[in-house]
Write a protein that binds this ligand. Structure first.
Ligand SMILES: [Zn+2]
Length: 81
């Protein structure tokens, strides 16, 4: 292995060549790969869903993934023009 700038995920240890997307903390010291990001997001979403809006037990109707929630909706009201 020669001198190639390969970032390694600090969470799972994958390198930037093993994943398609890697994010650093800006100083290039800490990295997280897309897989860990997705995993973290799922946990955060699950936690939010668990705390903020407890879903009703009845889920007879198959609903799409709650990932469609639009976080920009709240800021949309802050229009000062
Ligand atoms: Zn990772």
């Amino acid at each position: 292995m020669s001198i190639v700038n390969i970032a390694m995920c600090d969470f799972c240890g994958r390198t930037s060549r093993e994943v398609e997307y890697m994010i650093s903390n800006g100083e290039d010291k800490l990295h997280i790969c897309e897989l860990c990001i997705n995993e973290a997001k799922e946990k955060v979403d699950a936690r939010h869903a668990d705390k903020v809006e407890p879903e009703p037990a009845e889920e007879s109707e198959a609903q799409p993934e709650p990932a469609d929630a639009d976080p920009i909706e709240v800021d949309a009201e802050v229009i000062g023009e």
